[in-house]
Design a binder for this molecule. Structure first.
Ligand code: TPP
Ligand code: MG
Length: 348
């Protein structure tokens, strides 16, 4: 125990402490718990993948937690969300039951996509999370479409459309930005730039490596954000939201972040150095929030430890729920899918 405490103190000392905290104790405590849940969930998912309880594709969010936590805290519960296949954490941050996400990873009938979507296709209408999309960049025009619906229906809500750095090289990204700006859609395009698209670094994909500048081609307000800082993420999203709700249209935010694990479970991540990884771990967003909480005496080491234990228990309960749940019945194979009845190869 003493050893663990010493280690925690050393880590906290390294993390950046906010001299004057910009947000309330409640906000920091919420960020701490929310980001811990994302990380513990993903750590467990990684372990279970190794045990072949989870199969198929699986992309972990470890290291990127501030992107989801800071954006969620800046918005309202009626706003909409869409992202790519690295999608376990956003719904958790929005309040989806971890059991429903874990069961989906197990391909069980109680999963949030009835066990038929898997890791890349998490959906939860209850919290306005519109997936979970496996085709790189496909969610970008869809995000613009969701924002179009919000504007058309005069709801006052907006859509956060997240993507990876790899998606910005797709034509659909540029077409969506152009339409969104032309129609002043209430959408916040978020590039979660973790430096790599699978094993390809941003520098190898284009001459343009400051990704936020791509928005400038459409006169879209665009800015880079230090996304290892949950405070910076929150503030940038709050600014973009204000603009969107005032009818001023979209914003492009480049969240500069990092994934600690490989692209997917089958990636040993040999294309980057140990030093690069360690450098980012030294700026860990959870440790930074933890250090700010301790510095301001908002909670003790022991109380934060207790929150972590409760989070671990929630994840353990989620795993138990997934284990105990049945697989979908084979009769479910043709439900919840689009069918063209005159398609020549359709089976009776
Ligand atoms: C249209 C398309 N091309 C290629 C792929 C294969 N693919 C899957 S993930 C990926 C990399 C995307 O990286 P990035 O957008 O940076 O997201 P990250 O994995 O870093 O979150 C590629 C090329 C795909 N899924 N869809
Ligand atoms: Mg990437």
């Amino acid at each position: 125990m003493a050893d663990t405490k010493e280690k925690a103190k050393a880590k906290s000392a390294k993390a950046k402490v906010q001299a004057e905290p910009k947000f309330s104790k409640e906000t920091y405590m919420q960020w701490f718990e929310s980001m811990k849940l994302m990380r513990r969930f993903e750590e467990k998912a990684g372990q279970l993948y190794g045990q072949q309880k989870i199969k198929g594709f699986c992309h972990l969010y470890i290291g990127q937690e501030a992107c989801a936590a800071g954006a969620v805290s800046a918005l309202t519960k009626d706003d909409k969300w869409i992202t790519a296949y690295r999608d376990h954490a956003h719904p958790l941050a929005l309040g989806t039951d971890p059991g429903a996400v874990m069961a989906e990873l197990f391909a069980k009938a109680t999963g949030c996509s009835k066990g038929k979507g898997g890791s890349m296709h998490i959906f939860d209408k209850e919290v306005n999370f519109m997936g979970g999309h496996g085709i790189v960049g496909a969610q970008v025009p869809m995000g613009a479409g969701i924002a179009f619906a919000e504007k058309y229906n005069k709801t006052g809500n907006l859509c956060v459309c997240s993507m990876g750095d790899g998606a910005v090289r797709q034509g659909a990204f540029h077409e969506a930005l152009n339409m969104a700006m032309t129609w002043k859609l209430p959408v916040i395009f978020v590039i979660e730039n973790n430096g790599y698209a699978m094993g390809t670094s941003v520098q190898r994909t284009s001459n343009v490596t400051d990704l936020y500048t791509l928005g400038e081609a459409y006169d879209m307000p665009s800015e880079p954000v230090n996304a290892m800082s949950v405070e910076d993420v929150h503030e940038a999203v709050a600014r973009a939201a204000e603009r969107a709700r005032a009818g001023e249209g979209p914003t492009l935010l480049e969240f500069r972040t990092y994934r600690y694990k490989g692209h997917s479970m089958s990636d040993p991540a040999k294309y980057r150095t140990k030093e690069e990884l360690e450098d980012y771990k030294g700026k860990d967003p959870i440790e930074a929030v933890r250090a700010t909480i301790l510095e301001n005496n908002w909670a003790t080491e022991e109380e934060l430890e207790q929150i972590d234990e409760q989070v671990k228990q929630r994840v353990a309960d989620a795993v138990q729920f997934a284990e105990d749940s049945p697989y979908p019945d084979p009769s479910e194979l043709y439900t919840d899918i689009y069918v063209e009845s005159d398609y020549p190869y359709i089976m009776d």
